[in-house]
Design a protein around this ligand. Structure first.
Ligand code: SF4
Ligand code: SF4
Length: 142
């Protein structure tokens, strides 16, 4: 008798923002995952929190269970992801930017080259590229 493998759902989380040095390795890694050498395809965003003393803000998708970004999409280009967050169907996206405006965390990044959002897949690819343990994947309920 075969037993179906248990699928563990995960989401990306910021473990300790104070450890971030602003190297942007996570951003380059995310973009690279989409075969881009720059920062055009990054779904994670690191910015100054307002001065050297204040450190950096690390902005990631929170994997909402009832995501604002999907509610305002006029073409249903964003569908709910199991475990939270959304999956983008780029073929349906018309680049209106509603999702970006609606995300309460500012977590929808934008690809200016194709005029479409960059949506976090919660794959965790960036986690291993952070040398300071700022990021992690955590298990979530379905
Ligand atoms: S930019 Fe694309 S994904 Fe975002 S709300 Fe508009 S059509 Fe939907
Ligand atoms: S992009 Fe924003 S609104 Fe959409 S699931 Fe992520 S955190 Fe929630």
């Amino acid at each position: 008798m075969s037993v179906a493998a248990e699928v563990r759902l995960k989401r990306l989380v910021v473990v300790d923002q104070d450890l971030c040095v602003g190297c942007m390795s996570c951003m380059f890694a995310c973009s690279r995952r989409y075969v881009d050498a720059g920062l055009g395809y990054t779904a994670i965003y690191v910015r100054s929190a307002g001065g050297v003393e204040k450190g950096f803000s690390v902005i990631v998708c929170r994997a909402c269970k009832n995501p604002s970004c999907a509610k305002v999409c006029p073409t249903d280009a964003l569908v709910l992801r199991r475990g939270g967050g959304v999956i983008l169907n780029p073929n349906l996206c018309i680049g209106c930017g509603n999702c970006r405006a609606a995300c309460p965390f500012g977590a929808v990044q934008w690809n200016i080259y194709i005029n479409k959002p960059v949506i976090c897949a919660h794959c965790g690819y960036c986690v291993d590229f952070c040398p300071f343990g700022v990021l992690a994947l955590e298990e979530v309920d379905s």
